[in-house]
Ligand binder design. Structure first.
Ligand code: PLP
Length: 426
């Protein structure tokens, strides 16, 4: 029997025909090996066409600007919303750090808002409470609101937009994980003033690294593009009236993106299929609950990652050894360098049985990762203002993510669920 390969959470997956390589080759053949060019323009058009098409056949008219990363997209969206040092920006606490870090790049302050239980995304009631209270306490409204489509799940965008409009605050949708997820037939990222997409190697489609900003108006798109290319004024020499950034997407990367657009629908369908299979296979596994979208038919998640929770009463093989050893290497596909630590524990971490499950699955060559640790529990944000209801912290303790990308076969899902069953002490 051949040895089983590790099943990762979500890996880059190229088209069968290698269309990506055709466009990359074109970039080389025509010497457009720069951060602009025909692939960038065409990829932006492809993304706009995709984002503008509602399922009922109606069309929107959003523009898309390709950038070097989703993080850069968050950063520039904040600048375009006028965020300055000392300003406050409301952001979902239950997220990856790239949703909130760019706020601090600008010397502004994140105000974290907790999640509601159904979608695990920004709680609209807490959002309104935060807006009202910040105005009372600081005399100013927060400059922007950033809801996040966690693991692809649509946020309660109807309620969030109604509140944002009531107080005249722009919304920056962080749809980095939610590419192609829809609410009421409309693609996430097209509701707010800006929508963030990421094409990192683990996302719904990839450009190796890259991102994009969906913009409501051509003026916004133009301004974003200006900031992304060092903010030059129209003189024959380099004249600057604002601080810009080098954030444009490479024409080589955009070639990969153009090719990936041919498989985007297939990828989304595959992620949904994997979620369906987990549902079927996990339904009788006591103590394991798959995170599902609300029954309300307006929610249409891309199920970028399949997330689940483990009841604290479930005992996992090896649980007595959880958190006994200080970790020496990157866990969970972390790229680059991680800082060495001298403690195996923090004051807010997943339950012992969740950690034991991660270790058990790793031994079975399955990547099973904790859900994002809420930003308001991160040491780096210890002084940040947070409006909490306990939901994200509670889910962090019991939640975990399972592999879901296009490389995950039906056989893999069967194997993964069998491993989970084996991990549970009867
Ligand atoms: C929620 C969220 N926001 C933003 C980003 C940032 O995207 P990028 O990695 O392309 O900078 C990511 C993913 O990496 C993400 O998961």
């Amino acid at each position: 029997m051949s040895e089983r390969k590790t099943i990762y959470l979500c890996l880059a997956h190229m088209s069968e025909e290698g269309v990506e390589q055709k466009y990359v080759k074109e970039a080389f053949d025509t010497n457009w090996v720069v951060p602009m060019g025909p692939n960038v323009n065409a990829f932006e058009q492809n993304l706009a066409d995709f984002s503008n098409k509602n399922t009922d056949g109606s069309m929107l008219d959003r523009k898309v600007v390709c950038l070097s990363a989703g993080t850069a997209a968050v950063h520039l969206a904040l600048i375009a919303c006028g965020v300055k040092p000392g300003d406050e920006v409301i952001v979902q606490s239950f997220t990856f750090c790239a949703s909130s870090h760019p706020i601090t790049y600008l010397g502004a302050k994140p105000v974290f808002v907790d999640s509601e239980r159904e979608t695990w995304n920004m709680d609209p009631e807490l959002l309104e409470k935060a807006i009202i209270e910040r105005k009372e306490l600081t005399g100013k409204y927060p400059k922007a609101i950033i809801p996040v489509a966690l693991y692809g799940m649509p946020y309660q965008i109807d309620k969030i937009m109604a509140i944002a409009d009531k107080y005249g605050i722009p919304v920056i949708e962080d749809a980095a994980e939610g590419m192609g997820s829809r609410f009421n037939g409309q693609v996430l990222g097209t509701f707010g003033r800006f929508g963030v997409l990421s094409f990192n190697g683990n996302k719904m489609i990839t450009t190796s690294g890259g991102g994009a900003l969906i913009c409501r108006t051509p003026e916004d798109a133009n301004e974003i593009m200006w900031y992304a290319t060092q903010a030059r004024d129209a003189y024959p020499y380099y004249e600057h009236t604002a601080i810009g950034y080098n954030y444009r997407m490479s024409n080589v990367c955009a070639g990969i993106g153009r090719g990936q657009m041919t498989v985007l629908d297939d990828h989304i369908a595959h992620h949904k299929h994997v979620q369906d299979l987990y549902r079927e296979l996990l339904k009788d596994v006591e103590g394991v609950t798959l995170h599902e979208q609300p029954a309300d038919s307006r929610y249409d998640s891309n199920f970028w990652l399949c997330a689940a929770t483990l009841d604290p009463s479930v005992k996992i093989v090896g649980q007595e050894n959880a958190y006994k050893e200080v970790i020496k290497s990157a866990v969970g596909g972390a790229a680059g360098v991680i800082k060495a630590v001298d403690s195996a524990v923090t004051d807010c971490q997943p339950n012992d049985n969740v950690e034991a499950l991660r270790v058990f699955m790793l031994d079975k060559k399955v990547e099973c990762r904790p859900v994002w640790k809420p930003m308001h529990k991160q040491p780096v944000y210890a002084d940040a203002v947070a409006y909490v209801n306990g939901v994200s912290e509670e889910i962090f303790k019991v939640g975990f993510c399972l592999p879901a990308g296009p490389y995950v076969t039906d056989d893999d899902v069967h194997y993964i669920v069998d491993c989970i069953k084996e991990a549970i002490v009867k």
